[in-house]
Design a protein around this ligand. Structure first.
Ligand SMILES: *[C@@H]1O[C@H](CO)[C@@H](O)[C@H](O)[C@H]1NC(C)=O
Ligand SMILES: *[C@@H]1O[C@H](CO)[C@@H](O)[C@H](O)[C@H]1NC(C)=O
Ligand SMILES: *[C@@H]1O[C@H](CO)[C@@H](O)[C@H](O)[C@H]1NC(C)=O
Ligand SMILES: *[C@@H]1O[C@H](CO)[C@@H](O)[C@H](O)[C@H]1NC(C)=O
Length: 413
């Protein structure tokens, strides 16, 4: 089930040069679901996660396609998890997580796994590829940060660390930068720095849709009967001039049948979340607003999967899209019961598999950091034909921007 097993097996397809195909003719179908927000200037953001860590900003044209953008240093260092099978630094999927960077309003937050810090940037209102680092990276109380969540409503950023000291810590932010991080809420994982993964590590931090709670997914290790969990930290909203804070204790649950919970997304308008489980496929979990316990609504095994890890929800199709680091395809799943709606095979583009992905407007953007032989690239898929319509319209190579196999994370405003 682990990606590294297959990375060695998958040495089959030849390297195919970047096709950067002209986008297929854009067929609007007259739906008004997403059209309005897709007109403002936008970019795809990811971190290079190299020794000199940086945020890559890749501009999105009106037709959804990408072109070369900018690289802005974070002032910190990237790092790599140690692959438990090979004992070598892991790449692709250097951080074993989702949300290595995130956006709140006009700000970007990015983790520096190798220097235990968090960087904050502002995005220029008229040029989405122009980023300005705000102050210096802020030191974290934990080691090996691999995921960050930010709430625009509460002006809080929270970081998940997954090294020898691991857990969650948060900071208030303003337009001028981050404050000091608060104390570590430990996950008590027995780990090293850098951690040995992918199992037994933190996967993702994210806020609930209404931003009243911070969620975390933590992977277990089925081989040693260590069950992963879903963690909920209530947010204490700001009042009487006192800044909002995140609870120092969490409610943990291990939904029946899950083991290696990974990438997640809130299902709009519900108290449920769509979460991948790297050991079998995808799940829908309900997070009870009263008890803060997560329970299984539905689970779906994806045949032929290696490690289904990343998830996004398209508001246009009202469905989830998941990726697998070891299989080069996108799988579309139902938000009602996680059943498989469609699979889009991308093997012709030569990537070994896909990691972080995001839905935006009529499109899905999915990152393949490559493996050092194949270049890092983003595949753009058009989903404007609604459910089951996903088709690749561009394979944009990132090596020209200096992005390599260490790349991780994806955020789109
Ligand atoms: C795994 O853990 C569960 C719950 O702690 C326990 O009931 C079960 O016996 C354990 N199984 C093994 C094989 O150790
Ligand atoms: C967990 O799932 C199994 C089947 O997958 C079922 O037999 C069992 O009753 C479930 N347990 C709970 C507490 O729902
Ligand atoms: C899953 O939900 C869809 C509707 O979203 C429905 O058509 C389908 O029958 C359901 N499948 C199962 C196995 O319940
Ligand atoms: C990288 O992936 C490609 C495509 O799957 C494969 O042909 C190549 O052997 C891989 N290289 C390494 C170093 O794993």
């Amino acid at each position: 089930m682990l990606a590294h097993i297959i990375f060695t097996i998958l040495a089959s397809s030849a390297i195919i040069p970047d096709v950067s195909a002209a986008p297929s003719p854009y067929h609007g179908r007259g739906t008004t679901k997403s059209r309005s927000s897709s007109t403002s200037p936008k970019a795809v953001y990811l971190i290079t996660n190299d020794q000199q860590n940086a945020v890559a900003a890749v501009p999105i044209a009106a037709d959804g396609t990408l072109s070369a953008g900018t690289i802005t240093l974070t002032g910190g260092a990237g790092s790599n998890v140690i692959d438990g099978a090979t004992k070598q630094p892991a790449a692709p999927d250097a951080l074993d997580g989702q949300s290595a960077l995130t956006i709140a309003g006009q700000h970007i937050f990015a983790v520096n796994a190798g220097s235990n810090s968090l960087s904050m940037f502002s995005i220029d209102a008229s040029n989405p590829t122009k980023l300005t680092l705000l102050g210096q990276p802020v030191d974290l109380p934990g080691e090996f940060p691999n995921t960050v969540a930010a709430s625009a409503k509460h002006k809080i950023a929270c970081v998940g660390t997954t090294g020898a000291t691991n857990g969650v810590s948060c900071s208030s932010f303003s337009g001028s930068g981050l404050g000091e991080m608060d104390g570590l809420r430990s996950f008590d994982l027995v780990q090293t720095t850098p951690p040995v993964g992918p199992t037994n590590t933190v996967s993702q931090l994210f806020f609930s849709e209404d931003e009243s709670r911070l969620f975390a997914t933590v992977k277990g290790d089925p081989t040693v009967n260590n069950t992963g969990f879903f963690s909920v930290f209530p947010v204490d909203a700001s009042s009487w001039g006192k800044a909002a804070t995140v609870s120092t204790t969490d409610i943990r649950s291990s939904p029946n049948g899950t083991a290696v919970l990974f990438g997640s997304a809130n299902i709009p308008g519900t108290s449920s979340v769509f979460v991948t489980d790297a050991s079998f496929g995808g799940t829908v979990l309900d997070v009870d607003p009263a008890t803060n316990e997560a329970s299984l609504v539905a689970k779906q095994v994806i045949d032929g999967q290696v490690a289904t890890c990343w998830a996004t929800i398209s508001p246009l199709t009202n469905s989830a899209f998941v990726t697998d680091a070891g299989v080069n395809r996108i799988v579309e799943m139902s938000l009602a019961n996680a059943s498989i709606i469609a699979e889009t095979d991308l093997s012709a583009n030569g990537d070994p598999g896909l990691i972080d992905l995001k839905a935006a407007g009529d499109f899905i953007y999915a990152l393949s950091p490559g493996n050092g032989t194949t270049p890092a690239a983003i595949t753009v898929l058009d989903v404007s034909g609604d459910q089951g319509s996903a088709k690749a319209i561009q394979h944009f190579a990132l090596n020209g921007m200096g992005v390599d196999k260490n790349a991780q994370g994806m955020a789109i405003p």
